[in-house]
Design a binder for this molecule. Structure first.
Ligand code: FMN
Length: 394
């Protein structure tokens, strides 16, 4: 699959996840993906081409305004995983001028090889400002952001990630897909849920088929939602006709899912089934990489805390150990706590399947009067410009 100058040797993308897909986690996923490759699977890069052999590993969402202001937190967030040949950054923004300025920083300072735009976030603090999944409802604003980003990016490919719409009565994805294609994006990705669905129920893969039919073969369509195994990834491709898959929660606490998926895309059936000892080694390495990345051991192990339950899902680990691991405060303590577990334990079937965020439907919070018109009113335009100033820190 190709996004302009970027070629993916395997049509797999690690979904941007705020608070999760920082450089250390991206590295673990990428290395796992590379472990699923055999020599000869991927044609080497030709002149002027960048190749992600095992796929694309995107940053968490970066707030355009915070990037333009160069806040230290944001500059840290856009640091690449140095082993990744393709530096892929996701931007979030609501104001076309600010998003374009952020793109100019990334491209002008050679900080990114691919830029994704986030139009899928359902978080109330984002949608009530008209951002994320609420934004494509305003066709003119959506078009202005996407067009401005594509122009500012020049040869660097820009893609769009979106949801189906705000709710079933306010679907946006087919219009947004057409607008994005006409604006010159290199691909679109669809998380096949509405904002109202949040992470509940099942992703509606049939929407991915509809989008693919709508956009034809002119640009790749990536499918996203509820891929928990290599089999799911192949099934999504087959059922929807999409060109590639985007994987989020399925790899939380399980970066080796990328070995399975990458190997499956190259026609093999490698399936990583780690013992608890292997999982513990991965947790320790994850914490060490985060401590190095943040140059702060406490911050590194604190960041690991949120991954603990995901890593241990399905394994027999007592409540006390889980409790202590979720409060771990040094690398040495982590080694001790992990060393005390029954590390010979084989892979449990319960480790498969759903993980991470779930929950029920939620009525999206929107700016007053947002649904009254698909175009921005003057007062909404003024509010949107101000909204960009409010969200900071990535
Ligand atoms: C913890 C978390 C953080 C997320 N952050 C982002 C984000 O920063 N940008 C984005 O486009 N989507 C974000 N998402 C949505 C995912 O990229 C993905 O679309 C969604 O989880 C559905 O895919 P999945 O079923 O494979 O998890 C996030 C999801 C989770 C669970």
């Amino acid at each position: 699959m190709r996004f302009g100058t970027v070629r993916l040797g395997t049509p797999v993308v690690l979904a941007p996840m705020a608070g999760v897909t920082n450089p250390p986690f991206r590295r673990l996923c990428r290395e796992s993906g590379e472990a699923g490759l055999d020599a000869g699977d991927v044609v080497p890069a030709a002149n002027g081409e960048l190749v992600g052999p095992s796929g694309l590993y995107v940053t968490e969402m970066i707030t355009s305004r915070a990037l333009v202001e160069r806040t230290p937190v944001t500059m840290k967030m856009i640091e690449p995983d140095v082993g990744d040949p393709v530096r892929s950054i996701q931007l979030y923004g609501v104001d076309p001028a600010t998003v374009a300025a952020a793109v100019r920083i990334l491209v002008g300072e050679d900080r990114a090889d691919h830029i994704d735009l986030n139009f899928g976030c359902p978080a109330p603090k984002v949608t009530r400002k008209g951002g994320g999944a609420a934004l494509p409802w305003k066709r003119d604003l959506f078009e202005a952001i996407v067009q401005g980003a594509v122009v500012a990016a020049g040869d660097v490919p820009v893609t769009v990630k979106m949801r189906m719409g705000i709710d079933d009565a306010h679907m946006t994805y087919l219009d947004a897909g057409r607008i994005a294609k006409n604006a010159g994006v290199a691909a679109v990705a669809l998380h096949a849920r509405t904002a109202a669905q949040h992470y509940s129920g099942d992703a509606r893969w049939e929407a991915i088929s509809r989008l693919k039919n709508e956009l034809g073969d002119d640009i790749p369509v990536l499918g996203n939602g509820d891929i928990w195994s290599a089999e799911d990834a192949l099934e999504m491709m087959e059922r929807t006709g999409c060109d590639g898959v985007v994987i989020g929660r399925g790899c939380q606490g399980r970066p080796w899912l990328f070995t399975d998926v990458v190997s499956a895309f190259h026609g093999r059936s490698v399936r990583v089934r780690p013992t608890l000892g292997e999982v513990a080694a991965a947790m320790q390495r994850h914490a060490e990489l985060m401590s190095e990345h943040f140059e702060d051991e406490l911050k590194g192990v604190r960041e690991l805390r949120k991954h603990v339950a995901w890593y241990l899902k399905g394994y027999r680990v007592g409540g006390d150990s889980r409790h202590d691991l979720a409060r771990v405060s040094s690398l040495e303590e982590l080694t001790e706590l992990l060393g005390a577990l029954d590390l010979e334990q084989p892979f449990p079937d319960d480790a498969e399947g759903r993980r991470g965020r779930g929950g029920g439907e939620k009525t999206p919070r929107l700016p007053d009067g947002w649904l009254e018109s698909p175009c921005l009113s003057q007062s909404e335009r003024e509010r949107i410009e101000a909204a960009e100033l409010d969200v900071s820190g990535g």
